[in-house]
Design a protein around this ligand. Structure first.
Ligand code: PBG
Length: 322
């Protein structure tokens, strides 16, 4: 007979639970949400069934629901009515994102961590994450100067964490310096450190009414590259990132493991719009079971090394885990 029978530890629900090496907890989850200027009621996003562009009122309800489910954080994205080449509405204290930050902080700020996307793509009429130079290329340093103002405006609105997602070189350093100079030394930075140019962002473009034509390959990372993710993460930690992120999650679990192994700060991963859409589409067709697929995908991201997971499933998953 064989001495070793690994199946002994798989024979019952309590036994499997006892020896489970990775657990999901509501507090580790972060819910990304979209708020649309001028919306009087939530608007469905067709490529992300169950996810909506919120009105200010429905945003507050979603934030409250998430907090009550024990979700640890909420990440805000703004969808403005007016776009321009500079993305001015992102910096404006009365812009939709900054107004939403103040409202959400007032609603749930004592119960969960309020974060905001610190990036220009939702606000520019060309849809790029930065401003363009005379040749139409994204201008790194001019963009950083605007990110700095944007981060300060978000901090002034009360956000707990700013989240630069534009992949400009030096963005974390510039933002940290600006926050400190404005007295916001306690505002944390969650850096999208290893953010890849991905086809799986597709549904997000609908979620934020993006004007982008073309791609983001001159600033986001190439999916073929691995060690570069560690270089990007190292730079961001040196520049003052309090937390780092790998994005997307499911096609980049190897990168997530690499980053988790080397990072000295907490690591997050973002299960993005296309990942959500794929699970939803397959489940809607009866090709996979929705809830087990949802929890398996989140467990895989945890197992690969994410402490925190940004997921459109956050509130629902938190309720299932409670
Ligand atoms: C940039 C940003 C994007 C996402 C989050 N922040 C879009 C992009 O980089 O193209 C994507 C999130 C998702 O797909 O769920 N502001």
């Amino acid at each position: 007979m064989f001495a070793h029978r690994p199946r002994r530890l798989r024979q019952s629900v309590p036994m499997r639970k006892l020896v489970a090496q990775n657990r999901l907890a509501p507090a580790d989850l972060i819910l990304p949400v979209f708020v649309k200027e001028g919306a009087t009621q939530p608007i469905d996003i067709s490529s992300m069934p169950g996810v909506q562009q919120h009105s200010m009122a429905s945003l507050k309800t979603a934030a409250r629901d998430a907090a009550e489910a024990g979700v640890g954080g909420i990440m805000l994205f703004g969808v403005p009515e007016t776009l321009d080449a500079q993305g001015s509405a992102g910096v404006d204290p009365n812009g939709i994102l900054n107004l939403a930050i103040a409202e959400v902080v007032a609603e749930v700020g004592d119960d969960m961590v309020v974060m905001a996307d610190t990036c220009l793509d939702e606000f520019t009429d060309h849809g790029h994450c930065g401003v363009l130079d005379a040749e139409g290329n994204v201008d790194n340093d001019a963009t950083n100067a605007i990110y700095a103002q944007m981060a300060v405006a978000q901090a002034a609105a009360g956000v707990h964490v700013v989240s630069p997602s534009g992949m400009m070189d030096g963005q974390v350093a510039v933002i940290r310096e600006a926050l400190d100079a404005a007295g916001h030394t306690n505002t944390a930075i969650l850096a999208y450190s290893a953010k890849y140019a991905s086809a799986f962002y597709g549904p997000f473009r609908e979620a934020v009414d993006s004007a982008l034509t073309g791609d983001r390959k001159t600033y986001q990372m190439d999916s073929a590259n691995r060690t570069e993710a560690m270089f990007e993460t190292e730079l961001d930690i040196e520049e003052g990132a309090d937390m780092v992120m790998v994005k997307p999650a499911m096609s980049y679990l190897d990168i997530l493991r690499d980053v988790a192994n080397m990072s000295t700060v907490p690591v997050a991963a973002y299960q993005i719009s296309g990942e959500y859409a794929m699970i939803e589409a397959a489940a809607a067709n009866g090709w996979i079971e929705r809830e087990p697929a949802m929890l398996e995908s989140l467990t895989a991201i945890r197992r690969a090394g994410a402490q925190n997971i940004l997921t459109y499933y956050a509130t629902e998953a938190a309720r299932l885990l409670a």
